[in-house]
Design a protein around this ligand. Structure first.
Ligand code: CMX
Length: 432
């Protein structure tokens, strides 16, 4: 089977034809109306951009190139990257070629370590990660080709180069940040004959005698890879990339969005919430105690982290997949058991609280079900990854695959610079 670069090159003319045909035939058709509420409400639900790597169906969750996530949960993350870009599951040869390619690009330059070790000791791991990606911008092939002069139909080629460089180097940087930030010793080098996910697990330096932590990392990197185009990180990356900023700028920018507590940072908040709950009641709490704690959180004006979603209206299949992993590999773990039981209580609490909100004239809570962040922390914690401010870095390493594949596709299609029209409140008052 063809390498990723060869296969994508084969597909580019086809993709361009398809989009050209759609534009010709349907260019004038309407796909969305916009209400004033949506304009003030984070553009929620407005169809105004294209993403072909994945879609999120409110009642089904993430679908990657037509495959519901749980149907491709056995794929290793690098295979998922191939799938995101091409729609094909790679065979062993293509996977191995990609693994070797990533390994060849895994070298972390010394200046990155210099920057990271000079950062203040209380820097957030996400700030360290995004700084490290940004500082490597000088390596951008896209920038070099652009400065030299290239035609628009070549844009995707150096973008692919940048994407592979970022994905190659990212596990080493991310694992190094863990070791530097938490005093775990020197960074551990990448191993060429090991897959991308297991490499990351190994470079973190946590003991893994059963190999189950590496299994969890592959699953984790698979599950967080992409979530269509409109979420904060993907949308930010897309917008920055649309100005023909290179992948280092665009991915760092997108990941700064992932670092927000309503987005990727929720996974650090989730485990914190679970541990506080366990501490308060001295172990795995009863259903009544969970209910009491959840109401206390909500009535103090906070969100229950890991629950609710801007698009999903069912239990996130990623939560289901992590929950299955927990039941299989760590059924007796008290933190996992708490997460598992919280799942049977919190949706009912959110439903009741939503009714209280509505009675008080506020918005209902649209989704009572767990999202991806609700369960992953308990699994990481079990394997000794106890520093939860680090969790969003793991999410980032995975999500870089989605952001990068979207960038490559967009450069291949010559997607236009993003420029929606804003209006003022006075305009709304006079015209809406
Ligand atoms: N706990 C308490 N209140 C919640 C809630 C939760 N878990 N989920 C939604 N709400 C509230 C919202 O804060 C909003 O309140 P206001 O109108 O007062 O601002 C109201 O319910 C309506 O929100 P919504 O339409 O249901 O959801 P949004 O699309 O506005 O927000 C999200 C989605 C994820 C930000 C929200 O559900 C939330 O804050 N959840 C907790 C944080 C979390 O788990 N984030 C991770 C999401 C996954 C990811 O992106 O990584």
């Amino acid at each position: 089977m063809a390498t990723l670069q060869e296969r994508f090159a084969e597909l580019v003319p086809q993709m361009r034809n398809e989009v050209g045909g759609v534009l010709k035939e349907k260019g004038g058709n309407k796909i969305s109306d916009v209400s004033v509420k949506q304009a003030y409400g984070g553009m929620r639900g407005i169809k105004g951009m294209i993403c072909d790597t994945s879609v999120v169906e409110p009642d089904k969750g993430l679908i990657i190139r037509g495959y519901p996530l749980l149907e491709v949960k056995e794929l290793w993350p690098e295979e998922i990257f191939y799938l995101l870009l091409t729609g094909d599951k790679p065979d062993d040869d293509a996977t191995q070629a990609l693994q070797l390619d990533l390994a060849a690009r895994s070298y972390v330059p010394d200046y990155v370590w210099d920057v990271l070790t000079s950062m203040p000791a209380d820097s957030h791991p996400m700030c360290m990660l995004n700084t490290a990606i940004l500082v490597m911008q000088r390596e951008s092939a896209f920038k070099a080709w652009y400065d030299k002069g290239m035609t628009k139909d070549q844009y995707w080629i150096p973008m692919m180069e940048d994407a592979l460089r970022i994905l190659g180097v990212l596990p080493g940087i991310a694992a190094g940040i863990y070791r530097i930030r938490y005093g775990k010793g020197d960074p551990i080098p990448y191993m060429t004959n090991l897959d991308w996910g297991a490499n990351y697990a190994r470079m973190l330096g946590l003991p893994d005698p059963t190999g189950n932590f590496a299994k969890l990392m592959r699953l984790y990197l698979n599950f967080h890879c992409d979530h269509e185009g409109g979420n904060v990180s993907a949308n930010t990356c897309h917008t920055v990339g649309s100005a023909l900023s290179d992948a280092f700028y665009a991915v760092s920018a997108g990941l700064n969005g992932l670092a927000g507590p309503l987005h990727g940072l929720a996974n650090q908040e989730c485990l914190d919430w679970i541990l506080q709950l366990m501490e308060k009641f001295g172990g795995v709490p009863t259903a009544e105690q969970m209910e009491e704690f959840a109401f206390e959180t909500l009535r103090s004006g906070k969100v229950v982290p890991g629950y609710g979603h801007a698009v999903l209206r069912v239990t996130d299949p990623r939560f289901t997949g992590f929950n299955e992993f927990g039941h299989k590999y760590l059924p007796d773990d008290a933190v996992f058991q708490t997460v598992d039981r919280v799942f049977t209580v919190v949706p009912k609490v959110l439903e009741a609280f939503s009714a209280e909100r509505v009675a008080a004239g506020k918005n209902p809570i649209a989704n009572f079900w767990p999202n991806v962040d609700a369960g992953s922390g308990a699994l990481l914690y079990h394997y000794g990854l106890e520093e939860f401010p680090y969790y969003t870095v793991l999410f980032s390493v995975s999500r870089a695959m989605g952001m990068l594949s979207q960038l490559i596709v967009n450069r291949a299609l010559g997607t236009a610079i993003t420029r929606p029209k804003s209006v003022s409140t006075k305009w709304i008052m006079a015209n809406a």
